[in-house]
Write a protein that binds this ligand. Structure first.
Ligand code: ADP
Ligand code: ASP
Ligand code: MG
Length: 815
């Protein structure tokens, strides 16, 4: 004998029921079967809401009844030949009429008792099992039907009745001893009290009905057919990377289901565990996949953590006060009062000082519990020995479960540090005495992030997912996306980093995709996106609350640089090639650095100086290892270098500057380069990263540009002024020629003073041969005294800048 249970989705409509019948017919060739079915998907919820509406005098319960009726009639019509429909349709209509009469009663009385609620909820399974049994009869002549209410007997704790196993087992055995149908269909979830009143076994209880039958009949196996490929390492609807667990022990499965793995109703395991009957969880929609096998076997080869589960809608109640210390019986009184109120305690921790005790219960029980506890401790509260209890709502419990966890140290540390790195605040911690689970209470808004980051850490070979929010898709941005696209596979395979672009924005449009934007077709996605809005962009990144989020600023925009603070405060890392923030007032630079530390969110800006060259990273490493920078000499403007390397007697200054722009070596506003501002910002950032406090106006900047050119307000006027002042530029060039030197725009720092400006560089100087758009930096430090540390290479251009940004992103991935 095998017991099969099909859940709500499996019997959601005629099409699904046909699949179920196929599975049943196939299985019944080998074994005698009892098939337990749930209500059609969502029907129990509909019944619950119809009852609540009727009891609160809201007539729309009638619409719900109409919806329920249509659903069942449609299903029936699609399963049964027309010639045989009429009597069956009348029967379904009669059941629906009965339901409506009950609801009318609730409406008229304005009342709904738990007992009536159970009767109303029972209609879901009554209807589904009737239709399925009739449909099966069409193809399987040796099939029958039995009403579970006649076999499963309970007390009358309506809503979640307790089974009387003695009576139930006997009734089940007697019935099946006398029944020789090859298949018997039965409704799940419903039962009756010894005096014949309808009861239910609790929401999700059809699993339990099937287990009760399996236990009573010593079944070979209990198969739970549902809509996923078994019990997963985490809820697959929330954690996309979750995998089905092949084998798992009863205890582990019980622990996971108790902590929220809805795929199995927790009490289900009890009746089969005693008899050692295995449970197999299978997918109705992929019957060939193996599913999960639950038994008493534990293999030491199993992964340490078997699964992660969670329960939403939790409230934490803390009872605290000096009167709790050493007074035996405080906890007993607390639990007694909760038990009297039928409040289920899901989570308990007590500090070893016994000064406080903390319990987790469902949000829906919180008010009731608060009142009851404060009432029970009224005397102590008035004597100030105990404080009134504190209730925190909207929390969630997350549990790591595994039989082998007890043999490993450091798991809780790993769990807490993983959550801490993602700024998930832990409100309370509990470890079961069996050491089979560690559970923590966190804020509900962090659930998805917490589950995913824990799953990544414990199950995914340490693959780290980075979620990027990219602003700015000009020359550099475009290259950056292209580079990620080309490199994704390599990063995944070799560095175990999975880079996804969640959001893209330019100044006009923005687009979001929680599953990652296709990097092949990102342009189209962006064009079809919504109107760009910085505030919405930030709000969305916050709300998505994804692990390892990184904001990437590829603009040169001051207002974008003002958003970093917001991101860092959400523990969202910031990677930027925009120099404005790091060269703004010292206090702002310092604040961002501190926020980064405080919120554990990297703030990286390698490309602020020398594009992709590893300059800032080098300074950081020097300082971190105890070196001290005394002097910096550098050519930091790829654009100015390009301009002065190309400017000679054969061309005009105007044309060279234009060409530099066309090739993408200047800022959109070339004045920023030519005025020396850009270079001043860069040396300022190097000085700050070297550990000195300085502001931009402390940097001497004697410009070689005519004042008139710098005063222009648009590019057209600016270029016109370059033509007008051609003789000025020619004179500078001639002077360099006469001195046998080359023109370089040099930034310097020494003895606490900094300057930028055009210099005549003689032949023997390391800057003399600097080609094209190259940058060079010389660091003189405690360790590099005579021969400076020299970094040289291409310091401008979209591709190298993009790769510098990319390198910062990878640095975060490698943390
Ligand atoms: P049924 O109606 O078949 O009884 P349920 O909705 O009760 O199905 O249970 C199946 C659902 O349980 C899945 O669709 C999934 O969303 C949820 N679930 C939660 N945690 C897990 C888990 N660890 N493994 C598998 N499913 C899970
Ligand atoms: N139909 C019931 C519910 O939705 C029982 C079940 O599906 O297991 O709770
Ligand atoms: Mg279920």
């Amino acid at each position: 004998m095998k017991i099969l249970k099909f859940g709500g989705t499996s019997v959601a409509n005629a099409e699904n029921i046909k699949r179920v019948l196929e599975i049943v017919n196939q299985k019944s060739e080998q074994d005698q079967l009892v098939v337990v079915v749930s209500a059609l998907s969502k029907v129990t919820d509909l019944l619950q809401s119809a009852a609540a509406k009727a009891a609160s005098n809201d007539e729309s319960y009638k619409d719900i009844v109409a919806e329920i009726e249509k659903k069942h009639l449609d299903t029936l019509k699609a399963l049964i030949p027309v010639s045989e429909q009429s009597s069956l349709l009348s029967h379904v209509k009669r059941i629906i009429n009965h339901l409506e009469t009950l609801l009318d009663g609730c409406f008229l009385l304005g009342e709904l008792s738990n007992r009536t609620a159970d009767t109303i909820l029972s209609f879901g399974e009554l209807l589904s099992s009737y239709i399925i049994a009739e449909a099966l009869k069409q193809t399987n002549k040796n099939s029958g039907y039995k009403d579970s209410r006649e076999l499963i007997k309970t007390n009358n704790h309506f809503g979640k009745a307790a089974v009387n196993f003695e009576v139930t087992n006997q009734l089940i055995r007697e019935y099946f001893a006398a029944n020789d149908s090859q298949v018997v269909i039965m409704p799940g979830f419903i039962a009756s009290s010894l005096d014949g009143i309808i009861t239910t076994l609790g929401r999700g209880g059809s699993d339990y009905s099937a287990a009760i039958l399996a236990g009573a009949l010593d079944a070979k196996v209990l198969e739970i057919w549902t809509d996923v490929n078994g019990m997963y390492t985490a809820n697959p609807k929330i954690v996309k990377q979750a995998q089905p667990i092949a084998t798992i022990s009863y205890q582990e499965a019980m622990e996971l289901s108790h902590f929220g793995a809805k795929v199995l109703y927790p009490p289900t395991i009890q009746p089969v565990l005693r008899k050692n009957i295995p449970i197999v969880i299978k997918n109705t929609f992929e019957p060939e996949s193996a599913g999960t096998y639950i038994s008493n076997q534990v293999s030491s080869k199993d992964t340490i953590v078997k699964g992660i589960s969670h329960i939403d809608n939790i409230s934490l109640i803390t009872l605290e006060g000096p009167g709790m210390i050493g007074v035996s019986g405080s906890s007993k009184r607390l639990f007694e009062v909760l038990s009297n109120e039928s409040i289920n305690v899901i989570f308990i921790t007590q500090a070893s000082s016994e000064h406080s005790i903390c319990i987790g219960i469902l949000n829906s029980d919180a008010e009731n519990a608060e009142q009851a506890i404060n009432g029970a401790f009224e005397v102590e509260i008035t004597q100030n020995k105990v404080d009134p209890c504190v209730v925190e709502k909207n929390l969630c419990i997350i549990a790591l479960v595994g039989e082998n966890m007890k043999n490993h140290q450091g798991l809780s540390g790993r769990m807490f540090s993983t959550l801490g790195k993602n700024n998930v605040n832990i409100r309370a911690i509990a470890q079961g005495a069996s050491e089979r689970n560690i559970s923590v209470v966190i804020n509900e808004r962090d659930v998805k992030k917490a589950l995913n980051t824990l799953h990544e850490n414990f199950f995914e070979e340490n693959t780290k997912q980075l979620n990027l929010f990219v602003m700015g898709v000009g020359n550099v941005g475009e290259k950056f996306i292209e580079q990620i696209h080309n490199q994704r596979k390599f990063l995944k395979e070799n560095l175990k980093i999975n880079v996804r672009v969640i959001a893209l924005s330019n100044s006009r449009k923005m687009v979001f995709d929680e599953d990652g934007i296709s990097l092949k077709e990102w342009q189209a996605a962006l064009e079809n996106g919504e109107t760009a809005n910085k505030d919405t962009f930030i709000a969305r990144a916050k709300d998505l609350n994804l692990r390892n989020s990184i904001f990437v600023d590829i603009t040169a925009n001051a207002s974008v640089s003002e958003t970093y603070e917001e991101f860092l405060k959400q523990s969202i890392a910031v990677v930027t090639c925009n120099k404005i923030a790091c060269s703004s007032e010292y206090d702002n630079y310092k604040k961002l650095k501190n926020l980064s530390r405080q919120f554990n969110a990297p703030f990286l800006f390698e490309t602020n100086v020398g594009a992709g060259l590893p300059i800032i990273d080098t300074v950081k490493n020097l300082i971190a290892s105890g070196d001290k920078v005394h002097k910096i000499q550098a050519v930091l403007s790829g654009s100015l270098n390009f301009i002065f390397n190309n400017f000679d007697e054969n061309n005009s200054f105007h044309d060279v500057v234009k060409e530099a722009g066309v090739q993408g070596f200047t800022e959109p506003d070339p004045k920023i380069d030519l005025s020396g501002i850009d270079v001043a910002r860069k040396i300022l950032i190097l000085i700050r990263e070297s550990g000195y406090e300085m502001d931009i106006d402390a940097i001497a900047n004697e410009s070689f540009m005519p004042a008139e050119s710098l005063a222009t307000t648009n590019n057209e006027d600016f270029f016109a002024s370059l033509t007008k002042h051609a003789p000025h530029f020619k004179a500078i060039y001639d002077e360099a020629l006469s001195k046998d030197s080359r023109l370089k725009y040099v930034a310097q720092f020494e003895n606490g003073k900094a300057s930028v400006g055009l210099q005549f560089i003689p032949k023997d100087h390391p800057f003399y041969n600097l080609e094209g758009k190259d940058n060079i930096v010389l660091f003189y430090t405690d360790r590099y005294v005579d021969q400076p540390l020299l970094i040289k290479g291409a310091g401008a251009g979209a591709a190298v800048t993009a790769s510098g940004i990319f390198a910062d992103v990878i640095r975060i991935g490698n943390v």
